[in-house]
Design a protein around this ligand. Structure first.
Ligand code: SAH
Length: 217
């Protein structure tokens, strides 16, 4: 018989020890992290490490973010359940699933088609039907569905891409790592009428955001 391990308890422990312990309080975020099977988004050889407190390689020199970073960024988006979200950097699709649990629609953009194809398959298999997928340079945003109530960038940028600011709704929130290629600060931006309020949520390290308004290849 094929043995299917039940990771529910492992996820509960992950949420308690890695996420609640570091100050994440949004109950809906915690519930989503307890629900989404992170093990499905990593390579079979790495399943045993899926719930560990660090990022993991997902191929193509990219990584799935550490669970705590996913929780921190998601909480910062202040999601109501009714939002339309733009996500830049689908990667494994794990963050996408968390967002899909907490919003009306997720528009996700990935640059590497092999990664998007794999993420899409896993997300479809898990039954998510509120995600729109696109292969392109996400530093240009996704004009078709703007404005977005929330925008999340999961790759490190040299500066905040102007098209993303333009596509943020009034009252919208954006979260993006900005810095050099080795370390970044997690920046939260809130659009209020004509102005953009910025807040620094602390240091982090992401793979490069490549593109017209990102790093040059
Ligand atoms: N949230 C993802 C993180 C993936 S790593 C996860 O947890 O799995 C960052 C991803 O951003 C990579 O897949 C990389 O290919 C993608 N990326 C980099 N520059 C991009 C761009 N300009 N547009 C879209 N995706 C980009």
């Amino acid at each position: 018989m094929h043995y299917e391990p039940d990771y529910r308890l492992v996820r509960e422990r992950m949420v308690k020890n890695q996420i609640i312990s570091r100050g994440i309080r949004d109950v809906r975020v915690l519930k989503a992290m307890e629900k989404v099977p992170r093990d499905r988004f990593v390579d079979e050889a790495l399943v045993g490490e899926a719930y560990n407190d660090h990022p993991l390689p997902i191929g193509q020199r990219q990584t799935i973010s550490q669970p705590f970073i996913v929780a921190l960024m998601t909480e910062a988006l202040e999601l109501s359940g009714n939002d339309r979200i733009l996500e830049i950097g689908t990667g494994s699709g794990y963050q996408t699933a968390i967002l899909a649990e907490l919003s009306k629609t997720v528009c996700t953009v990935e640059k590497i088609s092999a990664l998007l194809a794999r993420a899409r398959k896993v997300l479809n298999d898990l039954g998510y039907d509120n995600i729109l997928y696109r292969i392109s340079d996400g530093t240009l945003g996704w004009k078709e569905y703007e404005p977005y109530d929330a925008i999340i960038v999961t790759a490190g940028a040299p500066r905040i891409p102007q098209p993303l600011l333009d596509q943020l709704a009034d009252g919208g929130r954006m979260i993006i790592p900005v810095g050099n290629r080795f370390s970044q600060e997690l920046i939260k931006i809130k659009r209020k009428k004509g102005s953009f309020l910025q807040e620094n949520l602390g240091g982090c390290r992401f793979v490069d955001l490549l593109g017209v308004h990102g790093w040059k290849e």
